[in-house]
Write a protein that binds this ligand. Structure first.
Ligand SMILES: Cc1ncc(COP(=O)(O)O)c(C=O)c1O
Length: 490
């Protein structure tokens, strides 16, 4: 018997590692018994763990089935294991170290009765049936090769479908060769920051407010951050013009996160001019660009100047954050270095997700889902604005023309703290502009409300609870809205 056969039996159906070789000198039966006892005692085999059937274990160990049956009987008589009718033999003794997922004490994310946290799509609307169909279709036709390692850039079929979609639906100027498939914006930003750092860059500009995670990712790549103010016209491009040696600017021009401001046409042209003049890149985070309800989108910066813009998209808002699929449209000059960075990071994004998403795009299922969700989120947004307007007419709502969130501006951090406490006491999960770490310098106070995150059946309860809690909050007196005043349209 070889060492590997003695220690790990994989063809018994149930994988089991026993240090059998060490105990073998006691005899075959005693070796099995001691191996199982040791594994249970050490906590490696937890209470309830299924053991291999005797026949399979005997085959794996190349011993007679009778030897294994006798070993199991002895272990059962001692109370270590027990046979369960119809479900095999399981570990009966708990060594005090339970290891099932439900027994591990890790900090679990807070589960809100009503989820109105920003940036999250409705999980109950995930197109489960369409995704399953797409995956089934993809697996049925995929050649074996598709299950091997593949290009760091992503599967060509996906890049071809996606290029078609992004050109048609989002206004990009793009070919499949421009695309790099990632596991989302989070990865894409890290790749860009590391790639620029490797080329000697040291400074990257980013909006403030912005997600703390994004600032941390850029800093982790070794960059100094230049923080740019945001007002009702989006990011202040003049601050960028006065900054030195900035290699790239990271921004959300189509819907500033979390204020909801859209970068004005004037600032767009100044930004592109700045990038052309300095040789810097614009990282256009189009995280929720599919959802615009009022007004005209100005179209992505990438469509105006593909040579200086790295465009980033994601399925995290259109499908679900759990999918972990995103893409970068990369200027030619950065393509090789970014592809190499992706390879260094994780070789390539999971092929099964890429295949399923390709199918979803191909059959227009993605378009249909987005259209359906746009209508649903728009009516949710209207319902939230109505409910808040009724309960607290003096509150100022901004940033509601697009995306999945709106913002209620408040006077100061103390008011924000009181508002968050009242809302959360009503069982509603939301975020604070200040508490959420969106600012590093002095910032505006407010509550960021995501109207997409609740599942369909909890949404109406959620807005009732929210509106009730908000009616206790002191309104902000001024009208210096960022993100533009709230509008509603049906
Ligand atoms: C501003 C912004 N960009 C991008 C993303 C998406 O990141 P990812 O694609 O890694 O899920 C988010 C998600 O919260 C976000 O808020």
């Amino acid at each position: 018997m070889s060492k590997s056969q003695s220690q790990e039996w994989s063809n018994s159906g149930v994988g089991l590692f026993l240090d059998f070789e060490r105990h073998r000198h006691r005899g075959l039966r005693a070796g099995i018994e001691t191996g199982v006892r040791d594994a249970i005692r050490s906590g490696r085999l937890a209470h309830g763990t299924l053991l291999p059937p005797t026949r399979a274990l005997a085959r794996d160990l190349r011993v007679s089935r009778r030897t294994v049956v006798e070993a199991y009987s002895q272990l059962a008589a001692e109370g270590w294991i027990e046979g369960r009718r119809g479900s095999g033999t399981v570990v009966a003794f708990a060594a005090g170290q339970e290891r099932g997922a439900d027994t591990i004490r890790e900090r679990q994310p807070v589960r809100w009765r009503f989820d109105m946290r920003p940036g999250r799509p409705d999980p109950s609307s995930f197109p489960r049936a369409e995704w399953l169909r797409a995956l089934r279709r993809a697996l049925a036709v995929a050649p074996d090769d598709a299950l091997g390692y593949s290009s760091p850039r992503g599967q060509l079929a996906l890049r071809a479908e996606l290029a078609g979609y992004l050109g048609r639906a989002r206004g990009l100027r793009i070919t499949p060769a421009d695309l790099l498939i990632t596991t989302g914006f989070t990865q894409g930003l890290g790749l860009i920051a590391r790639c620029l750092a490797a080329a000697g860059a040291r400074r990257i500009a980013i909006e403030e407010p912005s997600m703390p995670l994004h600032r941390a990712i850029v800093r982790a790549a070794g960059h100094e951050l230049v923080l740019l103010t945001v007002d009702q016209d989006g990011v202040r491009v003049d601050e960028l013009e006065h900054a030195r040696e900035v290699a790239a600017v990271v921004l959300t021009p189509n819907r500033q996160h979390p204020t909801g401001a859209m970068l004005s046409a004037r600032r767009r042209s100044r930004l592109l001019e700045w990038a052309r003049d300095t040789g810097a890149f614009i990282v256009e985070d189009d995280y929720d660009g599919e959802f615009r309800y009022d007004g005209h989108p100005l179209g992505p910066l990438q469509g105006l100047e593909p040579g200086v813009v790295i465009y980033a998209g994601t399925t995290s808002k259109t499908l679900a954050p759990a999918v972990r699929l995103g893409w970068l449209a990369v200027p030619e000059s950065l393509r090789r270095a970014l592809t190499r960075e992706k390879e260094l990071s994780d070789w390539h994004t999971g092929a099964l997700d890429q295949l399923a998403f390709t199918e979803l795009l191909r059959g227009s299922g993605y378009d249909r889902h987005i259209r359906k969700m746009r209508l649903r989120y728009r009516s949710r947004r209207d319902a939230v604005i109505d409910a808040i307007g009724l309960s607290s007419p003096a509150l100022q709502i901004t940033g509601a023309a697009a995306g999945l969130n709106l913002l209620i501006r408040l006077a100061d951090a103390a008011t924000e703290g009181r508002a968050l406490a009242a809302i959360r006491a009503a069982g509603v999960g939301v975020e604070g502009l200040i508490e959420g770490g969106y600012y590093e310098r002095d910032g505006l106070a407010g509550v960021v409300i995501g109207y997409a995150a609740a599942s369909e059946h909890t949404f109406h309860g959620a807005i009732e609870a929210l509106a009730g809690a908000l009616s206790t909050v002191v309104p902000h007196g001024t009208v210096d809205a960022i993100g533009g005043p709230a509008t509603r349209s049906r």
